[in-house]
Design a protein around this ligand. Structure first.
Ligand code: AHM
Ligand code: MG
Length: 347
């Protein structure tokens, strides 16, 4: 890996991608072009978000996506824009999206790559002008080039990702991604229409004082999760929860901390999707020196079984994720665990 060939802050994304192409033996440039397509889609979505308030894109469409959630107009717009950018790019033979029931065959049967994406994550925050994001991951197809793509192309384990990242539409717009050689962050300069390297070789602090969890569900968590959250309170950690995974994740990546979406009484596998949200962010966090688990297993080691599979997620600073040891079976929390952990922390 050549992360030591550091490129200076201010390098354009385009130049960065080009220079990093040497990381891949026998690279044909297709992955580089695909990353550029994703950046372009990010710019387009960024534009839509910025003018959303003016042209009434923020209200809900009233239709529901495959998860049974109300789709916001911007979700739909972002999904269309992203899929179109990937189709036009030509490198991708199939796309799966949180917003689509089925795999999309792009018609580019000579494309070597497939993409999984959550085109607009944190969509409940759109109409409040709060940070939202796009999450993506890229795999090499496993079926022969030149044939129609199949489910085996898009349902590969997270360890097979060749690149993953996100675009955060926040107080500034950022693209953060990894190709398995560290993590780099780029900030969008609106007037120039370019992403510039602003956060080279990002490393997540080994520990942190921030925890991000929807504490409104506290009484719907398993006893051992309640015990864990209670231990954060006892330690006087700081609670920060935007309700946009990308935003919460990014803050913790920069400052140190942990994001949790545990099982709840309603969502016994948690809410987040393995393929669209958890795999890509797990790849990023590991490349930055952090960890991601479902409370037991490394996220990247979970075998995919369904396109819209959900998983609990514990992700962030290594030490904070490592200390989590949950009961294996839902509904069988430790009898006196809550008390035991609190005492241990206080000791
Ligand atoms: P979405 O993909 O439908 O936007 O759902 C994912 C979002 C995450 O961004 C966020 O962390 C979480 O859902 C918030 O859920 P909750 O409101 O249950 O806390
Ligand atoms: Mg999402």
């Amino acid at each position: 890996m050549n992360e030591n060939l550091a490129l200076p802050v201010g390098t354009t994304l385009d130049r960065f991608i080009k220079q990093k192409q040497v990381d891949f033996p026998f690279a044909t440039g297709e992955l580089s072009q695909l990353l550029r397509d994703i950046a372009l889609a990010g710019k387009i979505i960024n534009r839509e978000i910025n003018r959303a308030g003016l042209i009434d894109l923020t209200t809900s469409l009233g239709t529901q996506n495959v998860q049974g959630e109300c789709q916001q107009k911007l979700d739909v717009v972002a999904n269309i824009r992203f899929v179109r950018a990937l189709k036009n790019g030509g490198e991708v033979c199939a796309v799966i999206s949180e917003e689509d029931d089925e795999m999309i065959d792009t018609g580019n049967h000579h494309g070597r790559y497939v993409v999984a994406m959550d085109p607009l994550d944190g969509s409940s925050n759109i109409d409040a002008n709060v940070s939202i994001g796009t999450i993506f991951s890229i795999y090499r197809r496993v079926t022969p080039v030149g044939t129609p793509p199949g489910l085996e192309d898009v349902m590969q384990p997270g360890t097979r990702q060749v690149a993953a990242g996100y675009v955060l539409y926040g107080s500034s717009t950022m693209l953060v991604y990894t190709t398995g050689h560290g993590v780099n962050g780029f900030t969008y300069e609106h007037s120039l229409g370019e992403f510039f390297l602003s956060h080279p070789n990002m490393r997540i602090p080994q520990t942190g004082t921030v925890y991000s969890v929807n504490e409104g569900y506290f009484h719907d968590f398993e006893p051992d999760v309640r015990e864990l959250v209670e231990s954060y309170r006892v330690r006087r950690m700081t609670a920060r929860y935007i309700g946009s995974l990308v935003g919460d994740f990014h803050r913790n990546l920069v400052k140190g901390g942990i994001y949790l979406y545990p099982p709840t009484r309603k969502d016994i596998n948690g809410k987040l999707r393995l393929l669209y949200e958890c795999y890509p962010l797990a790849f990023v966090v590991e490349q930055a020196g952090g960890l991601a688990t479902d409370g037991h297993r490394r996220i990247l080691d979970i075998a995919p079984q369904a396109l819209h599979q959900r998983t609990p997620l514990y992700i962030g600073s290594r030490e904070l994720v490592e200390e989590i040891r949950l009961e294996e079976k839902i509904g069988q929390g430790k009898a006196n665990g809550e008390k035991a952990r609190t005492e241990k922390v206080l000791a």
